[in-house]
Design a protein around this ligand. Structure first.
Ligand SMILES: NC(=O)c1ccc[n+]([C@@H]2O[C@H](COP(=O)([O-])OP(=O)(O)OC[C@H]3O[C@@H](n4cnc5c(N)ncnc54)[C@H](OP(=O)(O)O)[C@@H]3O)[C@@H](O)[C@H]2O)c1
Length: 280
């Protein structure tokens, strides 16, 4: 399989590097900026393509690793090239292969291939990719070939339905980007309590890491502690009186979700007063 990349950014470089390391026939890169494609080719020991058409013609499998908003425009360019029999993939988490409109008329096969990982760097993130789960969907007759391509690099793969991609991506945002926001809110409050920037990481590390590890080992109900679970109305009321603005909203909304977990864990408990406080 000769693999070409359109878009020489973080995901393009990382996936290309892995393909190169596991002996796939990595052809090379075309990108908006020629220097990006040259650097990616250098990094992955592959080729730089000056024009899109040559890359597409020489590849059997094309990964479109441009930002989500640019995938449609790249597809508009590619679909006018002779692409019958080729596999066309994008790596968006929220979009499905349905973005490749009219693909049946071209004779090519469309897929989405998404690594569930924050890929933050062009040159080092490839080392993290083997830990990630890849979700794939697309042309049913050829999905096995995409799965084989990834599994032969020891990547973990699962199939997903096209119609849940946006919901699935929202879930991924909840446990990655929104955790960043939650930590920001906690740090803002701790600064108001007099913590210095240099103390913040040490102060929150055992809480943050301890909770993540516990949730992953025993599940959300088993890991839950604190005033909501204890039905400690007075403490929650006092917390609400200290927070302002958006941090108060964050606290209230997430406490309502926490109540759902507490209710599952303690079906005998009467959490109605807390529910009312948090909904007011
Ligand atoms: N980063 C993540 O954490 C992550 C995780 C999973 C999936 N994804 C998905 O992976 C895809 C790529 O994301 P990324 O983070 O790798 O983005 P990125 O680092 O911004 O890289 C995008 C690359 O595409 C090039 N490009 C932009 N428009 C183009 C066009 N019209 N034609 C050709 N090349 C173009 C860019 O420009 P230059 O040529 O100017 O450099 C850049 O090199 C997205 O669909 C994203 O949703 C990202």
């Amino acid at each position: 399989m000769k693999v070409g990349f359109v878009g020489a950014g973080k995901v393009g470089c990382s996936l290309g590097k892995l393909f190169n390391e596991c002996q796939h026939n990595l052809l090379g890169y075309y990108s908006r900026t020629s220097s990006s494609a040259m650097e990616a080719a250098d990094f992955t020991n592959s080729n730089y393509f000056q024009d899109l058409e040559t890359l597409i013609k020489d590849s059997d499998t094309v990964f479109i690793t441009v930002p989500d908003d640019a995938i449609g425009a790249v597809w508009e360019q590619i679909k006018h090239i002779s692409i019958a029999g080729k596999m066309i993939c994008h790596c968006s988490g929220s979009l499905s292969s349905e973005i490749f409109k009219d693909i049946e008329e071209t004779g090519a096969f469309g897929f989405s291939v998404h690594p569930l990982l924050a890929v933050s760097d062009r040159y080092t993130s490839y080392q993290e990719l083997p830990k990630a789960l890849f979700t794939i969907e697309g042309n049913e007759n050829h999905l096995d070939e995409i799965q084989d391509l990834l599994e032969s690099c020891d990547l973990k793969v699962t199939r997903i339905s096209a119609d849940v991609k946006t919901r699935y991506h929202g879930a991924a945002v909840l446990c990655s980007n929104l955790v960043v926001a939650l930590v920001q809110a906690a740090q803002d409050e701790l600064r108001k309590c007099g913590f210095s920037d240099s103390d913040l990481s040490d102060a929150i590390a055992p809480l943050l890491l301890g909770n993540v590890n516990k949730v992953l080992s025993v599940g959300t109900a088993g890991a839950l502690t604190g005033p909501i679970e204890r039905n400690d109305f007075g403490t929650v009321e006092k917390h609400l009186s200290t927070f302002d603005g958006i941090d108060k909203d964050v606290y209230k909304v997430l406490s309502r979700k926490t109540l759902e977990v507490a209710e599952l864990k303690h079906p005998e408990a009467d959490y109605r007063a807390l529910e009312q406080l948090l909904s007011s």
